[in-house]
Ligand binder design. Sequence first.
Ligand SMILES: [Zn+2]
Length: 436
Amino acid sequence: MNDIPTIVEKITELVKTRLNDSEKSVTMTEIERTTRELLLELGRQVVEKTTQAMAQKYPEETSDCECGQKATYIRQRKTQLRTLFGKLTVKRAYYLCDDCHTGHYPLDQQLGLRPNALSAELARLVGLTGVHIPYGKGSELLQELAQISVSQPCLAKTTGQIGEVVQEREEKLQQKALESNYLAKRQRESRKPLRLYGAIDATKVQVRQVGEHLWRDLKLGAWFEAGGKPPKTPDGNWTIAAENIHYYADIAAAADFSSLVWATAVEQKADLAAELIILGDGAEWIWNLVQENSPHTIQILDWFHATEHLADLAKVVFAQEAKQAAWLSTAKQLMWEGDIEALITACQALQAVSSADEIRTTVNYFVEHKERMRYAHFHQQGYQIGSGTIESAAKQIGMMRMKVPGASWNTDMAVKVAKARAAYLSDRWRSLPLAA
Ligand SMILES: [Zn+2]
């Protein structure tokens, strides 16, 4: 039985009537708008009726209560639901437990209804908007694109709730990652990754705190596998294909972040990997944290960060661009070859032509990270030496969403949005238990 042609006929009649009734002259725009409006209203009624049809007309006398006892049927109760198609009302049976005096609605549990709140699907779309653009713009766009009316505070709240879901998930992981039984069991059973990368970075975000605006470190991490090859020369093309990327983020002290690093490491089986490679910039907290969690990892100072230091130094020491470029090219080549001792000597030699402080600080930086800069050796092993993946995450999480004009955060909200956004970028979005 195919009713669709008949239904289309009827809807077409309805659209035509509405167009004739409106004062406006008929244009394509009017046809589209009128049809959309009508279809949304039809959809709303269909969803309402379908949901209602799932409810039992003649409810059972009793229903199982969570406490294990029987709850008694009291009466039908109405609730309002907010869905993709707008607001609708559903009536469903209400039961009260004689024993623990808790009330419940079996239909709510069965269908995952959320009385007086956004449906899980609507929350997912609203949250998706909230992690991308400022709430004011988001509210406008949802209205324009999907005819969904959501206030700015509702957008903020929903986005925050998604961050909370991620937060709760992470807290569970953090607990689990401390259980020695669990860790031991994984050693025996898990399939172990051959080569896994971790990258850690931070970016500054501005937050409101007791009326003040403060810059806080948004710490970010990623676990990923990487295909592709680094170039043959320092200025060659980089083709890094990061796969199965898992991002995480927090605004927290290094010690607290360390616990999240460990928990996500356990989840991604980083601790079981045959080879674990950590990429980071020169920040001390990163390497302390790596040392603390997994001292046997291969540590690599991000190539781009290291070359940035060289470029900055060249600029300070040489006024002429040609001289800057010539020195930089030689120095980069030494770095590429992993001859950090020669690189340090080359930097120290600059003291003959300049008294800039940067010479000393750059030398110290290279001395400190010497073993993390054996790039020739890393090439031989086929390791990636640039953490482009996490750099772009820092930009995507930190810059694009959290540094945009109009975004003003308290720390709590900033953390939640960062976590929601990290989940989105990791493709974990659809698997988040939003209806829970
Ligand atoms: Zn009970």
